[in-house]
Design a protein around this ligand. Structure first.
Ligand SMILES: [Zn+2]
Length: 307
């Protein structure tokens, strides 16, 4: 009887131990990632694959500098293992306050769970005066670098490094997936550079100066912006000057995104410039739900518009 009991007991422990091992292998909790924007969320999925569960705060249609904060953001940030951000002050006007209430020290700036994708990006548009005087939304330089797919590769490397720093047991998997993703992106970059040949020398106007990295990569020339300064709505004087400038320099397109179409349409009516709505993040349209699809859509649409 005693022997039977101890046998039953040891069998019980064997079953218990193997069930635990099995469930920890099969039902292992994925790493919880919160990304601020859909393009960063997509790249994180490509690198983390089945090891991560990724959630984007913004949907891609919002002004990136003024994403409307929803109550659901707080618990999502509170439970996150890591946070992936564009950085360079892109999220400055809405993320710091959220992080304060989310009370998750792991993902605060400077902590290991805070993954800043801008590290190592060659920054364009650095202002001479580094402050937020008059509400300038680009005091650390222009943060819209994801529109240059070559900088997109830097973001991918930062994401892989950030995931490895937090979960070194999966480093090999992250590095393997990064290598494959960068190779795929490189193929696309070669294709885009060929496709974008008609964009070389094309003059454009934008609403918010979100397009300098894209323009720099594909050879487009900025004539002017509707905004007086990044994030600052124009004065009547500025609009009169811009219309004159458009009449003289004859840019081929006026690009706007999350903003109200009223001013772009008004300027188009006065000058004949073609107006295009293109979002400065992935996800703004259903067909741009991944980083690659978004850049591809953007290149295609612009080429079509100027042809
Ligand atoms: Zn901006």
């Amino acid at each position: 009887m005693k022997i039977l009991q101890s046998r039953t007991l040891s069998l019980f422990f064997v079953v218990l131990a193997s069930t635990w091992l099995y469930s920890s292998l099969v039902f292992a909790q994925p790493i919880r990632v919160v990304a601020t924007f859909p393009d960063l969320a997509d790249i994180t999925r490509q690198i983390g694959k089945e090891l991560v569960s990724v959630d984007s705060l913004a949907t891609g249609v919002e002004d990136p500098h003024g994403v409307p904060v929803r109550p659901s953001f707080v618990p999502r940030l509170n439970r996150a293992d890591v946070l992936v951000v564009t950085g360079l002050g892109d999220e400055h006007s809405w993320l710091p306050a959220l992080l304060e209430v989310a009370s998750n020290p792991k993902i605060l700036p400077g902590r290991t769970g805070y993954i800043d994708c801008a590290v190592g990006v060659p920054v364009l548009g650095t202002p001479i005066r580094i402050d937020r005087a008059e509400g300038d939304t680009h005091p650390q330089g222009n943060p819209h670098y994801m529109l240059d797919p070559v900088s997109g590769k830097i973001a991918a490397r930062n994401i892989a490094a950030g995931l490895s720093r937090n979960f070194p047991q999966h480093q090999q998997a992250f590095e393997k997936n990064l290598k494959a993703y960068v190779a795929e992106l490189d193929d696309w970059i070669t294709r885009w550079e060929k496709m974008a040949a008609p964009l070389r020398g094309v003059k454009y106007v934008d609403y918010h100066p979100a397009w300098i990295y894209f323009a720099n990569r594909f050879g487009m020339k900025l004539v002017g912006s509707i905004e007086l300064k990044p994030g600052i709505e124009p004065t009547p004087n500025h609009l009169v000057e811009l219309v004159e400038q458009i009449k003289q320099e004859k840019p081929q397109v006026l690009i706007y995104g999350s903003q109200n179409p009223r001013l772009p349409q008004q300027i188009s009516a006065q000058t004949g410039v073609k107006v295009l709505r293109l979002y400065s993040n992935a996800g703004g349209r259903p067909e741009t739900d991944t980083y690659i699809k978004w850049i591809d859509y953007t290149v295609r649409t612009l080429v079509q518009a100027v042809s």
